[in-house]
Design a protein around this ligand. Structure first.
Ligand code: NAD
Length: 476
């Protein structure tokens, strides 16, 4: 069995112990992953710290050119990386473009595009104030060493979101991938680090403990974390001890509100993917669907037809649209939430029972006759099950959308954009999409409100988030 290696100061390094990475579609061991030691975490941070001044001293043009080289390496190795994403994360290979299943190839294409777009961004000096007595110029400076901690749902894409703006802005990075999906990230960094100076990008694979060692290191100057709220709270506590700034991209429980004038047939497919992309294991997926009573039954029928026609299976096989749930913990959570809903009197429209077999397969599941307060509605299911709640009063639907302590995304579905916007502006979420859900874009800032986190990623605002302002103030 192959042991994968970390990239540390431009070298590939092993650790004294390893753990197994499993294919969630088959249960098979697909490789061994190093459990980084505390010394290795310290070495990785030290390497990043040593490499950072020279990296920051390079011109913007040089860092842009190298970021584009990174994108080219991703493109050249797209198939290799996509195979690892499917084998390890479970999503189907799929394809890129209209009519293609958005799976592992789409994830790698996203890595390439995000790198290219980030390479094109600039943070020019801004004159904050000028009169006859003074001139105040604002420059954006890198933080130094960025610690990136990534989850398992879109492991490579989220890693890229953390790493690429950081290096583009002149920081160096130590990334800890999720222990469920380490190999793809180790391979990605191994490949792209070849075109970067040693120490600019480093990995430390391992369990949450390795992440804890990383974030508590006093030489880390900023933490980028994407994952659950409970881990986000632990990282915030660790960061507080060193006063390390953080960007937190945490969980959500996105509401989608379908207004009475929507056309069920026209919106069903987009709504389906908005909820079930990556088997619902997407931070900004629609996780609670509020449908006006006048079109509830028609929309449920449309969604049921789509869900039942989706081929589920091993994502490496041709024609598969949906893979397994990524891990046992998440599988058990989905099983339990649906069982609780059923016991509480909800209707299981389709799916609702584990498929069986060696992998963590669970069918696409729609649940109706359920209300706010049910655990399937109030908790983030992060899996292939969507509760559909009937409403009669739009005001009540808005109140429902806002009643939880999270606010990552939301969506409003209507033929009338003006009335959809009026509803959207009243929803407490970092992004409210209209007639789409989860439609992130590399130029558009993305982040949560409430307990979905703080700070944004993507675009110029995302690049600013990995820099700090320096003012040079001149007396005239
Ligand atoms: P998780 O919090 O369990 O793990 C995330 C990462 O944190 C892993 O690499 C883990 O090893 C590490 N970790 C665990 N304990 C740590 C500690 N004490 N110190 C430092 N690192 C530690 O999350 P997950 O289950 O991998 O991801 C699913 C969650 O992530 C969901 O809630 C989802 O909504 C959220 N998510 C949010 C976004 C977003 O952009 N807002 C994107 C994707 C996923």
């Amino acid at each position: 069995m192959k042991t994968f290696l970390n990239t540390l100061n431009g070298q590939l390094v092993a650790s004294p112990s390893t753990f197994e990475s499993l294919n969630p579609a088959t249960g098979e061991v697909i490789g061994l992953v190093p459990q980084s030691t505390p010394e290795q975490v310290a070495q990785a941070v030290a390497a990043a710290k040593a490499a950072q001044p020279a990296w920051a001293a390079r011109s913007d043009e040089e860092r842009k050119a190298l970021t584009l080289k990174v994108a080219a390496v991703i493109e050249a190795n797209a198939d290799h990386l996509a195979q690892w994403v499917t084998r390890e994360q479970g999503k189907p290979l799929g394809g890129v473009g209209p009519g293609q299943v958005p799976g592992a190839r789409f994830e790698i294409w996203g890595c390439q595009v995000w790198s290219q777009v980030t390479a094109s961004l600039d943070l020019p000096m801004e004159v904050a104030f000028e009169d006859e007595t003074r001139r105040d110029e604002v420059y954006r400076k890198p933080f130094g060493v960025i610690a990136a901690i990534a989850p398992w749902n879109w492991p490579l894409l989220i890693g890229i979101w953390q790493m690429i703006p950081s290096i583009r802005a002149g920081n160096t990075v130590v990334i800890k991938p999720s222990e469920y999906t380490s190999i793809g990230t180790l391979e990605l960094v191994r490949l792209i680090a070849e075109v970067l100076p040693p120490g600019v990008l480093n990995t430390v694979s391992g369990t949450g403990q390795v992440g804890a060692w990383l974030v508590e290191n006093p030489d880390v100057n900023k933490i980028m974390f994407t994952g659950s709220g409970s881990t986000g709270a632990k990282i915030t506590a660790a960061a507080a001890r060193n006063l390390t700034p953080t960007t937190l991209e945490l969980g959500g429980n996105d509401a989608a509100i379908v207004l009475p004038d929507a056309d069920p047939k026209a919106i069903a497919m987009d709504l389906f993917w908005g909820a079930f992309l990556n088997m619902g294991q997407t931070c900004a997926a629609a996780k609670r669907l509020y449908v006006h009573e006048s079109l509830h039954d028609a929309l449920v029928a449309e969604l049921k037809a789509i869900a039942e026609a989706m081929p589920i299976g091993n994502g490496a096989d041709a024609g598969i649209a949906m893979g397994p749930i990524q891990n046992r913990m998440q599988f058990d959570k989905v099983v339990s939430l649906v069982d609780q809903a059923r016991a509480g009197g909800a209707t299981i429209v389709c799916g609702g029972q584990p498929t069986g077999g060696p992998g963590y397969f669970y069918p696409l599941t729609l649940v109706t006759d359920i209300a706010d307060g049910a655990s399937l509605v109030d908790q983030e299911q992060f899996g292939p099950v969507l509760p559909i709640i009937r409403y009669s009063d739009v005001e009540a639907a808005i109140a429902s959308a806002n009643r939880l302590d999270v606010g990552l995304g939301a969506s409003v579905w209507s033929k009338d954009i003006a009335s959809a916007k009026a509803v959207a502006s009243r929803i407490q979420a970092g992004t409210v999409w209209i007639n789409q859900h989860g439609a992130i874009h590399p130029m558009v800032p993305f982040g949560g409100v409430k307990r979905s986190g703080w700070g944004v990623e993507f675009g110029v605002d995302g690049l600013k988030a990995v820099t700090q302002a320096q003012v040079i103030s001149v007396k005239k």
